[in-house]
Design a protein around this ligand. Structure first.
Ligand SMILES: [Zn+2]
Ligand SMILES: [Zn+2]
Length: 627
């Protein structure tokens, strides 16, 4: 809707022609999508694609392809597996009349591609159904209550023509209304998009009973669309007011966003499991598993909104160079997700405080929890922030049929990037005596790589950045060479200097052992009576003693161990103690000795330093209030 017209120079046009690998005969096609949903309970979306060829070019065939994954979630899901009844017809029926068209030969080329032979026909009609029954920002759902789709999971693109303009018309069931982040007029059913990527960046909700509330800031409209299953507890007005506080806090940092309107599409799924947040250029999809009336769910919706709205700038417009346009035939490979997602996670939390929805204690507790998660995880000693970004296809909710050791070898770029973000922000504030911050880094990056940069592709304004660009901007803003920081905490796995960072703003970082010793095993929580080992930490006394996942411990130094008494039992011992353990493994009784070592797990706390200088307190206030 507000997508800026591409601004091409001659030089970029030449680069574009080369970069798109679209050969000369790949002139733009006229591509129109139609979406119908005649039987909602079947969960089958009905897709029609009409393709008209340009006069000059007559390719023998066109390839239609389902993406393997969708931007924002980097695990490979292979959306093609839910496609059925793919058909191709030669020609297009006139809009006003039914007609009979001959079938076009179809060849299935690979797991995601259907080739349609055209002969000399200048147009073709493709139809297929696609099953969708997941309420999430990545997948799509059609059922008797609604249709909610992420276009990337249902719309095929024409190979080599992803950059062509596309039309979309949606035919909803009677009484159902359509809403998305690109509505220009009431009861809109048709859209034109500059390319397939922008069409699939427009998640859409179709139902008889969603609600919409609107607020305006600086002439821009913000819509809160709510489809809430379960009890609402009259919380809707408060939710809209609190989202407005978040939007104002984020605009205060970034300046005006580049759109005329933005839509929060929010679901309270009330099924106990569906939960997601997905960023888009002019909208976000937020799914909570519970009911709006539940205070925890309400808080979760706000924290997710703070994270997703920050993506309006960081990720959707200011983006790592690999983030658009994308090659959907293979997984994404970028070193930048710790910036794209991790730093967004940091600011999402900080903005809850700047919007006055959290107090200082809540914010500090949240940062401490993130540090606890990272520092207690064995994977954080093996995987750097950059490697974590590159491993996104394995760790971002990726399904694994094969057993993996990822729990011990990986760390998510969300908390890892977040803690690098907070440390970096506070160190920059300290080094510049409060004159600059990570806010300045982000604003300068947005300006240099989005607002002021020439377009690098058809997809979007500006060009993507490399990690080296981010590093250079940090050094420029900090007024000192920060390359050592990136070498130690971003590209390798050293523990960031938490004490030093929090001290800049008069805070103490406190680290305490979680108990006198660490054993290194976790119980299977589904077992109430027996202590069955769910996991063994690789660098632990349990691993050294030879304990294995699946072992059932029957005696622990003569005591019967249960999941309930485990922590209390273990806390009786001290490093150096040796005790006999009896366990059952595959029907055999095994006796071994475990030698307990120094604690490996810690709790972290961030608290006010009562002796903080006035200067440090002023810097803390500026950090927390965004001044
Ligand atoms: Zn819905
Ligand atoms: Zn995110």
């Amino acid at each position: 809707m507000n997508q800026r017209k591409p601004f091409f120079t001659c030089v970029t046009l030449i680069i574009l022609t080369l970069a798109f690998s679209a050969s000369a005969q790949d002139q733009p096609l006229k591509i129109d999508y139609q979406l119908a949903m005649s039987q909602p309970s079947s969960h089958l979306f009905e897709v029609t694609i009409e393709v008209r060829l340009p006069d000059k070019a007559k390719p023998d065939s066109l390839d239609f392809q389902m993406a393997k994954w969708s931007p924002g979630r980097y695990a490979v899901f292979d959306f093609a597996k839910n496609v059925q009844e793919f058909r191709a017809l030669l020609g297009i029926c006139p809009e006003t009349a039914d007609c009979t068209l001959p079938d076009a030969p179809i060849t299935r080329m690979d797991d995601q591609t259907w080739r349609v032979s055209l002969g000399n026909t200048p147009s073709a009609t493709i139809t297929y159904k696609v099953f969708g029954n997941d309420l999430s920002g990545t997948f799509s759902q059609l059922d008797s209550r609604h249709a909610n789709f992420n276009g990337g999971s249902i719309f095929m693109y024409v190979v080599n023509h992803k950059q062509d303009p596309v039309g979309l018309s949606i035919n909803p069931p009677p009484g159902w209304r359509i809403v998305n982040g690109r509505i220009d007029k009431r009861d809109q059913r048709q859209w034109h998009f500059p390319n397939w990527d922008i069409m699939t960046d427009t998640p859409t909700e179709i139902a008889p009973d969603w609600t919409q509330d609107t607020f305006t800031i600086d002439g821009k409209q913000y819509h809160v669309v709510l489809h809430a299953f379960g009890k609402q507890g009259n919380k809707r007005p408060a939710l809209v007011r609190d989202i407005e506080k978040i939007v104002r806090a984020e605009i205060a940092m970034w300046g005006p966003p580049e759109f005329d309107s933005y839509t929060f599409l929010i679901h309270f799924a009330n099924d106990g499991e569906s939960g997601d947040g997905m960023e888009h250029l002019t909208s976000t999809q937020i799914v909570l598993p519970g009911e709006l009336s539940d205070p925890e769910q309400y808080d979760g919706a706000l924290a997710t909104a703070a994270h997703e709205f920050f993506h309006v700038w960081n990720v959707k417009r200011l983006r790592p160079i690999e983030l658009g346009p994308w090659d959907f035939t293979r997984p994404l490979s970028t070193r930048g997700l710790w910036i794209a997602e991790g730093i967004t996670n940091y600011y999402g939390h900080l903005m809850m405080r700047r919007a006055s929805l959290w107090n200082d204690a809540r914010l500090f507790k949240t940062f401490a929890e993130q540090i606890t998660e990272v520092d207690n995880s064995p994977g954080s000693k093996l995987m750097s922030a950059e490697e974590s970004s590159l491993s996104a296809p394995f760790i971002d909710d990726a399904p694994h049929a094969q057993e993996t050791n990822l729990a011990n070898t990986s760390i998510s770029y969300y908390p890892k990037g977040e803690i690098i973000g907070v440390v970096l922000d506070l160190l920059i504030r300290g080094k510049t005596k409060g004159k600059a911050s990570l806010d300045d880094v982000m604003r300068r990056m947005y300006e240099d790589f989005y607002l002021k940069s020439s377009n690098a592709s058809y997809y979007l304004r500006g060009r993507g950045f490399r990690n080296e660009d981010f590093e250079k901007t940090v050094s420029d803003v900090a007024g000192t060479d920060m390359s050592d920081f990136f070498r130690r905490y971003v590209r390798t796995v050293e523990t960031p200097p938490y004490e030093e960072a929090f001290a800049q703003v008069g805070l103490r970082f406190v680290r305490e052992p979680r108990g006198p010793v660490t054993v290194g095993i976790a119980p299977d929580e589904s077992e109430k009576i027996n202590f069955k080992i769910a996991s063994v930490r690789p660098d632990s006394p349990a691993a050294a003693a030879g304990l294995e996942e699946g072992d059932v411990i029957t005696s622990w130094g003569g005591i019967r161990l249960t999941p309930a008494n485990f922590l209390k039992t273990v806390s009786r011992y001290k490093p150096g103690d040796r005790l006999p353990v009896v366990l059952q493994r595959g029907g055999k009784v095994i006796r071994l000795t475990i030698a307990l070592g120094e604690p490996l797990l810690f709790n972290y706390r961030i608290e006010e330093n009562p002796n903080a200088s006035a200067e440090a307190k002023a810097m803390r206030a500026a950090w927390l209030n965004g001044k």
